[in-house]
Design a protein around this ligand. Structure first.
Ligand SMILES: Nc1nc2c(c(=O)[nH]1)N[C@H]1C(S)=C(S)[C@@H](COP(=O)(O)O)O[C@H]1N2
Ligand SMILES: [Mo]
Length: 305
């Protein structure tokens, strides 16, 4: 792995050399910016994620800041570019995956060059041998299979920065860049599913609804749950948050009054005061859809023989 560009001197580091540097282990939730895309209408043409494109791991690596300090970032530095080994074609352009971070973001102490995930070497699909982990930002920022870090004196204008990951209504707009994860909560759907409709069937009686919540704008402050499609809300109990950058467990005791049909929803509020919306605005790429999750549930009647 090389560090070059607007630096005092270039660095070239083997994996062993990176592993012998100061190490930090941090629990971080990574969510794809396209998570929830398939729920938008019309459906943007890209990976049709429902709500599965998110996960949390304990990442171990060396802080990027230490490497940049050692290389000596130039006075004119503006952006830090991460180039990966994977090649492909997107939008008619042949490219290696590459994305940048503004210098101030790259220098945040929690930004890691990670070589381990949950105490083991990175699995190939998660970026072996080395990946960037940018806590709080949507997943595209955490470049996998990193081969080179280049300090630039102006913002990077490559495909994944200027064309991809922009909030726009039409292809001609420049759009706003996608950055931090908006607050989101997800529940474990209670009961059992109907195969085709995914509607849940529940036994009568008390039911504990559990889930996770996260945000890239700071810790989760509140999670609320509704059993009537968002007309009325109750506050859920929050668990410990393993780090500012990892999702937080929550649970809510539900006692449905009578048999029948319910619509369960959950919504998170973060420390910055951002709340999940009931419906999110559409955009061409289908990014950052953090609207509340809805789960249809039918509570069966108690008379069973
Ligand atoms: N080199 C490289 N890094 C990449 C990508 C990629 O295609 N190539 N995809 C990004 C996107 S869009 C996401 S959501 C995350 C997914 O990380 P994961 O596979 O560890 O869940 O990796 C990011 N890093
Ligand atoms: Mo993604």
């Amino acid at each position: 792995m090389r560090v070059d560009g607007r630096v005092g001197h270039d660095l070239s580091l083997s994996l062993d050399e990176l592993r012998s540097r100061p190490a930090v282990t941090l629990a971080v939730t990574l969510e794809c910016a396209g998570n929830g895309r398939a729920a938008l209408s019309p459906r943007p043409l890209s990976q049709p994620w429902l709500l599965e494109a998110v996960g949390t791991a304990e990442w171990t690596g060396t802080p990027l800041r230490g490497l940049l300090d050692e290389a000596g970032v130039g006075e004119d530095a503006a952006d830090v570019l991460f180039r990966a080994l994977d090649r492909g074609v997107e939008g008619g352009e042949e490219q290696q995956f590459e994305r940048s971070l503004p210098l101030a973001e790259a220098l945040r102490e929690e930004v890691l060059l990670a070589y381990a995930m949950n105490g083991r070497p990175l699995p190939p699909q998660h970026g072996f041998p080395l990946r960037l982990v940018v806590p709080g930002w949507y997943g595209m920022t955490s470049v996998k299979w990193v081969e080179r870090i280049t300090v630039l004196d102006q913002p990077f204008e490559g495909y994944q920065q200027a064309r991809g990951y922009r909030l726009r209504q039409t292809p001609d707009e420049d759009g706003e860049p996608v950055s931090r994860m908006l607050p989101r909560s997800l529940m474990v759907p209670p009961g059992i599913p109907d195969f085709a409709t995914r509607e849940r069937t529940l036994e009568p009686g008390p039911c504990t609804v559990t889930g996770r919540a996260w945000s890239g704008f700071g810790p989760v402050e509140r999670v609320e749950v509704s059993a009537d499609g968002g007309a009325t809300w109750s506050v859920a109990r929050l668990g410990r948050q393993p780090s500012t950058w990892a999702w937080r467990a929550w649970e809510w005791n539900w006692e449905p009054r009578e048999p029948g049909r319910y619509e369960l929803c959950c919504r998170a509020t973060d420390a910055a005061g951002n709340v999940q919306p009931l419906t999110a605005p559409w955009n061409l790429g289908g990014y950052a859809n953090n609207e509340v999750q809805r789960v249809s549930a039918v509570v069966a009647s108690a008379t069973r023989t």
